[in-house]
Design a protein around this ligand. Structure first.
Ligand SMILES: Cc1cc2nc3c(=O)[nH]c(=O)nc-3n(C[C@H](O)[C@H](O)[C@H](O)COP(=O)(O)O)c2cc1C
Length: 206
């Protein structure tokens, strides 16, 4: 059991006025600490009956103040976001004993942005995005492999276009909380709340 004694105190004077800048500092710390996937975030959505679901996605940068990730627009999370366009995300960087929590509305990204990102992906990932219908039930792996082979043949050696059903979302934070472990379970929690074009910064009890 960790004693959470790594971190120096986290005070309101130590953090950036802009939580997005503060987030980027901590993400960089996580990278420097050698975390394998520092951009992995748990993303919670909920269906029309407010039943939650949760999965990991990869953070792919900030766009106009929103946390972006990419996915299939037909999968379960996309269906839930279509009826309930709000989400929560959490990063946990164990090597740093730090957590960041984000909550807010979410929107599909502009097609041009998704296309630009898609073009940077490995060819294998591009082909897989065409071949998979995320979150659908499939009979067995061979059916998927056959579909992938079909897609490979379709595009041969040419460029792979952005699939209609694939793209990004942006989660625009209304709240961002920075948590870090401290000794005796007396952890630090600083939460930013959006107030118009500025942020209110408050300490929460651990
Ligand atoms: C480390 C890691 C990174 C992942 N990154 C993504 C991602 O960026 N986009 C994505 O759609 N799924 C990603 N997944 C898979 C999702 O966790 C999930 O299985 C998938 O998105 C289907 O979720 P849904 O059925 O709720 O829509 C990742 C899984 C792991 C473990």
């Amino acid at each position: 059991m960790s004693q959470y004694t790594k971190n120096p105190p986290l005070n309101v004077d130590d953090v950036a006025a802009d939580p997005l800048e503060q987030f980027l500092r901590w993400l960089e710390d996580a990278r420097a600490a050698g975390m394998i996937e520092p951009g992995a975030m748990a993303l919670a959505t909920a269906d029309a009956q407010a039943r939650p679901s949760l999965r990991i996605v990869l953070f792919k940068g900030l766009h106009e103040g929103a946390f972006t990730f990419y996915t299939d627009y037909r999968g379960r999370k996309a269906q839930e976001l279509a009826v309930n366009p709000v989400a929560a995300a959490t990063f946990w960087w164990d090597r740093l004993e730090r957590q960041v929590r984000i909550e807010g509305p979410i929107h599909p990204l502009p097609r041009a942005l998704s296309a630009a990102y898609f073009a940077t992906r490995y060819r294998g990932s591009q082909l897989a995005a065409h071949a998979s219908r995320q979150s659908s039930v499939v009979r067995d792996r061979s059916e998927l492999d056959a579909r992938l082979a079909e897609i490979e043949a379709r595009y041969a050696d040419g460029p792979v276009p952005l699939p209609e059903h694939w793209g990004g979302y942006g989660l625009t934070p209304q709240h961002i909380e920075f948590w870090q472990g401290r000794g005796g379970r007396f952890h630090d929690r600083l939460r930013y709340a959006r107030e118009g074009s500025t942020w209110r910064l408050e300490r929460l009890e651990p």
